[in-house]
Design a protein around this ligand. Structure first.
Ligand code: ZN
Length: 459
């Protein structure tokens, strides 16, 4: 209690110093306008309908960039451009799995991004089941060699998504650990919290190009199919599977980040960066991941663009990252390309956690600047969100900026249901509540307005 009062007292002092009552009032007014507007939803609808799935490095992702350039230009942003970069491209092929003994039946799977191919004939073998990646790592080669590995590790459902980072470790590493032990292929229980019969895809860890460590063919199994397989394994020995995966790895393709700005007035060289990612996995239409984020940040910036005379002191820069899903490739390209000006990035954040409402405002700034950075969330707290901790990551695509010292904040969304849909064919527009999306835009517009007009620095 004492701590809370101290934080509140130091915050109100800081508010008096850097954010005037007029600015707070203006931020609240802009947020109110955003709450009554549906631009974000119309943008997500347009992107998911007119572009659809947009896997990194493909022609579909190129169409997404063209879509973004068109929309951002039409909405009146300045300096709209694509910053291209190259990357290897992975494309999904056939994917089939079945129990062949003792009870033959099909299973629902999805190849993991980066998986190798089984070849057109597939592989067939006895199952070696493990409760976790660590169990597989500890197993003797004799228990795995020539078999199909199944890792049946459940992900924990949480509001803040913290179960994901734990569960995703097996997705990233299973194919390589299984390869070291001579397995034919690997299946993992989907990294997700759904009980629907869709498998959750996602990227494996990228290793070198050497043929020795490409990993065995790897796929995720839907949760009900993982339950089914587990029931059979508990009661029977000699359970066998057949798996066919024919993805393709292409040596080179093009992706790009789409950038647009509202130029600042007296501090135009100081940048407030707001991001989302434009690419998606290939099976759904990328509505919650990350069409929602694309809609939220563009709509928030649009409300500032029409905010009237006076403009913004600092430049607001929208970055729609390419190739996030396959390993933050666009994030790295942005940090490299803009290395000389990262010290002028005043604060940065990405919206990439679906369309749920914001329940907490986190900072990731210099310890001495926490109170000042928390001021940026003043409207968000007035709407009932709590002040968060100072461990914000700012979102996946902020990784390299954060590492370069750019201060970040996190407008933390309720992710209780996010991993029911994440990386599945079920990630589609109908899952987004337009009111929740508008709530996000309002929160972002208030934060960005204060960040772009305040005089505070966060490092
Ligand atoms: Zn995402």
């Amino acid at each position: 209690m004492v701590t809370l009062l101290l934080v509140a007292a130091s915050m109100s002092t800081a508010i008096a110093q850097t954010i005037s009552p007029q600015m707070q009032e203006k931020a609240a007014q802009l947020a109110g306008e955003a709450l009554a507007d549906d631009l974000a939803y119309r943008l997500v609808e347009s992107l998911t309908t007119e572009v659809g799935p947009r896997l990194a490095g493909t022609e579909a992702e190129k169409r997404a960039r063209q879509w973004a350039v068109r929309k951002l230009s039409a909405l009146g942003f300045a300096n709209v451009r694509v910053e291209p970069f190259e990357l290897p491209v992975w494309v999904r092929g056939l994917e089939e799995a079945a129990i062949t003994a003792p009870f033959p039946q099909p299973l629902v799977i999805a190849a993991l991004g980066g998986s190798t191919s089984t070849g057109p004939d597939g592989v067939e073998g006895e199952v070696a089941a493990f409760t976790s990646l660590a169990d597989l790592a500890a197993a003797p080669v004799s228990a795995v060699q020539g078999k199909i590995v199944f890792i049946d590790e459940v992900m924990t459902r949480t509001q803040d998504g913290s179960g994901y980072s734990v569960a995703a470790v097996k997705r990233r590493n299973a194919a390589y650990t299984a390869q070291q032990k001579g397995a034919l292929a690997v299946l993992i229980r989907s990294v997700g919290t759904s009980s629907h019969r869709f498998a959750h895809t996602g990227q494996m860890r990228r290793l070198t190009d050497s043929a020795a460590d490409t990993g065995v063919p790897a796929a995720a199994l839907s949760a009900p199919d993982a339950d089914q397989l587990q029931r059979i394994l508990r009661a029977h020995d000699g359970v066998r599977l057949r798996i066919l995966l024919t993805p393709e790895q292409r040596p080179a393709g093009t992706s790009g980040n789409v950038v647009a700005e509202i130029p600042g007035t007296e501090a135009a060289g100081e940048i407030v960066l707001i991001g989302a990612h434009l690419d998606s996995w290939d099976q759904g239409t990328g509505a919650i991941d990350d069409g929602a984020g694309v809609g939220i940040v563009i709509a928030a910036a649009r409300h500032l663009l029409v905010a009237g005379p006076g403009g913004l002191r600092r430049t607001v820069r929208i970055v729609l990252f390419g190739a996030e899903e396959v390993g933050l490739v666009g994030a790295k390209a942005y940090a490299q390309r803009h290395a000389q000006t990262l010290s002028q990035h005043i604060i940065a954040s990405e919206s990439d956690f679906g369309a749920g409402r914001i329940w907490r405002f986190d900072t990731g700034v210099d310890e001495a600047r926490v109170a000042a950075a928390q001021e940026l969330g003043v409207w968000i707290r007035q709407m009932g969100a709590g002040p968060g901790d100072n461990n914000a990551t700012g979102g996946p695509d902020m990784k390299y900026l954060r590492e370069a010292g750019v201060p970040v904040v996190g407008l933390r969304q309720n992710g209780w249901d996010y991993f029911d849909l994440h990386h599945t064919p079920n990630d589609t527009l109908d899952k987004i509540d337009p009111q929740d999306l508008a709530h996000n835009v309002a929160a972002w517009v208030s934060f960005v307005y204060l960040a772009a007009n305040g005089g505070e620095y966060y490092r």
